[in-house]
Design a protein around this ligand. Structure first.
Ligand SMILES: *Cc1c(COP(=O)(O)O)cnc(C)c1O
Length: 692
């Protein structure tokens, strides 16, 4: 059963925190209360940390600064919110304030915020060491934390440890904080392994049962100083998280917000219930009876959360004027489809140059990564750096020429560089920074590359100091054609390529992995004995060459849409647009649509038979396209109205405009059409189901 389980679980975790602070079962069963509040509910806060860790890992921790500032803001708000209670409780000494603000939190549940604020940079620092080392070190810190928490009585039997913990507790009240507690769970969330749901559920049940046993023994021994950390808690959390991840799909923003509101507001609810219970004559029911108390606190929390929702400033970004709508499932499907068509041992290198052919390079790379892709190609160093910054690991190959003075930058961001010719190779080598390079062999395209027949040059380049050859590649000139002439030319290029590559191997020169196929060649050539195929346009769902003859079943991944700004009548004989280029032959209705050539479509598209889809019907563009707007004849769609969506590319109901058709109309290929789309078009994700 797929659903937004992570978000729903956040709400459940917030309710567990309320349980910790209200002990709903205590009137009825001491053992049940212990198991609920001291064992089960201890998963709640680690879960919050894990969600944050996972969120950060997804874009290579690029979101750390934002999350940190947001947490700080929320913490500041919460501190102010609870100031009256601090005042009522007598406040802190000046030093006490410092300690409360920086470590313990100014009210019992607020420790979470300073723990996250410290835990985030600590986890980030550890993560730079690689996942295994980071987890090992965070695990060690957690062990230190354990000794100061539920294993305290055992730890302090060692005099040295006793003195250490004494010193520690003069600074903070608990080890459940940003140093000993948060980093492990942040990192576990970031690196949580995938598990089969059944196995994860079984693991979770076993871990929780064992943790209950652990808690009972520790309690019986009387060694606990506090009871937030257990030895088995991390194992249980990994199983729980893996179980939720296995079924997770989409998000539930309301559940997210409610979880924050419940977490933040419930202590006020506890105070309010106590204040109201006596005047209402319901002290017994609402305070002394644990279940009644819990229910009352929940009800008041819900009321407060509802109030908070009412006053929440509307933060929706508003409807964009024109946008690109990315179908991530289609990208995933295409990557899987292309992978399945490659020879065994040949892996997919996803080409994401020019902002992922207009699909958003970072978003596209994330989808490909989910489909198992570990290598990417871009056109230039800037694109490579941007991709790294967005969190792509693995190989990133720069296909274009990069001046040698950029060598330190290539090394710093671990970017592989294509070697354009011998002079380029010498310059890169002379830069003195060790680099990973791929030798481009020119076998007939006559673009970049060392001429494949110049084996002496190839050997000289291979022997240059500081260059490590990670690949040898070529690019076909006639890959998109299947006629006899093209086939013959392809064969000559393949012979030249393999001839030199195998000669290199025989001579003991390093070749790394071979690669030559692009999208066209994946369709036209039999599977190749290569290590990679560099595929671009096919991943984005557009066929190379004739759609009908392309052998893979691909799905278009992008729609381009805009809005109808207004609709107005035009009388027969009247003109419209620049130069009054359009003349109405009969009375008609024109819609002004908010997308123009500034968004990347050609200005003469209306004269080339350009059309858009409005309310599932195809309508002609008229006049010259403007920079930011286009005129559409909507006479055939009587119900067309301002606010309607106009689709320039993609599906609307049963109608569809495919990139291949639109490109043909513009006298070009889908590659050009898509890569020209302007970044001004906001990138949005298509919802999982329907709602186009
Ligand atoms: C752009 C490019 C590709 C990808 O081509 P598609 O036709 O989009 O698959 C492959 N190799 C090189 C050298 C490229 O420049």
């Amino acid at each position: 059963m797929k659903g937004p389980w992570l978000d729903r679980a956040r709400l459940a975790a917030a309710l567990l925190v309320v349980c910790i602070h209200t002990s709903p079962l205590s009137t009825y069963t001491a053992a049940g209360d212990f198991l609920l509040t001291r064992v089960l509910a201890r998963v709640a806060v680690p879960f919050f940390f894990m969600v944050s860790g996972r969120f950060l890992e997804r874009d290579g921790w690029a979101g750390l600064g934002r999350l940190w500032r947001r947490t700080l803001l929320l913490y500041g708000g919460a501190v102010l919110l609870y100031l009256p209670l601090n005042w009522y409780n007598g406040g802190f000494s000046p030093l006490g304030w410092v300690r409360a603000l920086l470590v313990d939190g100014t009210l019992y549940h607020l420790w979470y915020f300073p723990a996250l604020l410290l835990g985030l940079p600590v986890a980030r620092g550890l993560r730079r060491l690689g996942v295994p080392a980071a987890l090992a070190l965070a695990g060690l810190l957690y062990l230190v934390g354990l000794g100061g928490d539920s294993y305290y009585g055992l730890a302090v039997r060692v005099p040295l440890l006793a003195r250490g913990y004494d010193a520690l507790f003069s600074v903070c009240s608990y080890t459940r904080n940003g140093l000993f507690f948060a980093p492990l769970f942040l990192l576990l969330g970031a690196a949580c392994p995938r598990m089969r749901p059944r196995r994860a559920a079984l693991g979770l049940a076993l871990a929780l049962a064992a943790m209950a046993g652990e808690a009972c023994v520790l309690r019986a021994l009387g060694v606990q100083r506090h009871d937030s950390l257990y030895l088995l808690l991390p194992a249980g959390m990994v199983c729980l998280f893996a179980l939720l991840l296995a079924g997770n799909r989409g998000r539930d923003r309301l559940a997210r917000r409610l979880s924050v509101e419940v977490y933040l507001l419930h202590p006020w609810a506890i105070v309010l219930v106590r204040m109201a219970a006596r005047p209402l004559g319901a002290w017994g029911l609402l305070v002394e009876n644990s279940l009644g108390h819990f229910a009352a606190v929940l009800a008041v929390t819900a009321l407060l959360a509802w109030g908070a929702e009412l006053f929440r400033p509307a933060r929706r970004p508003g409807v964009a004027r024109a946008w690109r709508e990315l179908d991530r499932d289609a990208l995933f499907h295409n990557a899987k489809t292309v992978q399945a068509a490659l020879a065994p041992g040949c892996r997919l290198m996803a080409v994401v140059k020019t902002d992922g052919y207009g699909h958003g390079a970072a978003a596209a790379a994330r989808c490909f990564r989910r489909a198992g892709v570990r290598a990417f190609a871009v056109a230039c160093a800037d694109e490579g750096v941007a991709l790294r910054r967005a969190g792509s690991r693995g190989t990133i190959l720069i296909l274009g020429d990069t001046p040698a003075d950029q060598a330190p930058r290539l090394a710093r961001w671990r970017l592989d560089q294509a070697v354009a010719d011998e002079a380029h190779a010498r310059a890169l080598s002379a830069a003195g920074t060790p680099l990973r390079v791929h030798l481009a062999l020119d076998t007939g395209l006559r673009r970049l590359g060392i001429p494949a027949e110049d084996r002496a040059a190839v050997e000289r380049v291979c022997r240059l100091p500081g260059l490590r050859v990670a690949g040898v590649f070529t690019h076909l000139a006639m890959g998109s054609r299947t006629d006899a002439e093209a086939e013959a030319y392809n064969r000559r290029q393949l012979e030249a390529f393999y001839g030199t590559a195998w000669w290199m191997e025989a001579r003991g020169l390093p070749t790394g992995r071979l690669h030559l196929q692009s999208s066209c060649a994946v369709g036209t050539l039999p599977p190749q004995p290569c290590g990679w195929a560099r595929v671009g346009i096919a991943l984005y769902g557009a066929a190379c060459g004739e759609t009908a003859r392309y052998p893979l079943a691909l799905r278009p991944a992008l729609a381009v849409r805009a809005r109808v700004a207004l609709v107005r009548p035009l009388a027969a004989g009247e003109g419209a647009g620049y130069g009054l280029d359009f003349r109405a032959e009969r009375d008609c209705r024109l819609a002004v649509v908010t997308l123009g050539y500034g968004d990347g479509l050609p200005r003469d598209l209306p004269h080339r038979g350009g059309r858009v889809l409005i309310r599932g019907r195809s309508c002609p563009m008229v006049g010259w396209m403007c920079m930011d707007q286009t005129l559409i004849d909507v006479t055939g769609v009587p119900d067309a109205a301002p606010g309607d969506v106009a689709t320039f590319l993609g599906r609307d109901g049963a109608a569809e405009i495919r990139a291949e058709e639109l490109a043909a109309q513009c006298d070009t290929i889908p590659n050009e059409l898509l890569s020209r789309l302007s970044p001004r078009l906001r990138l949005v994700y298509r919802r999982a189901r329907g709602s186009e």
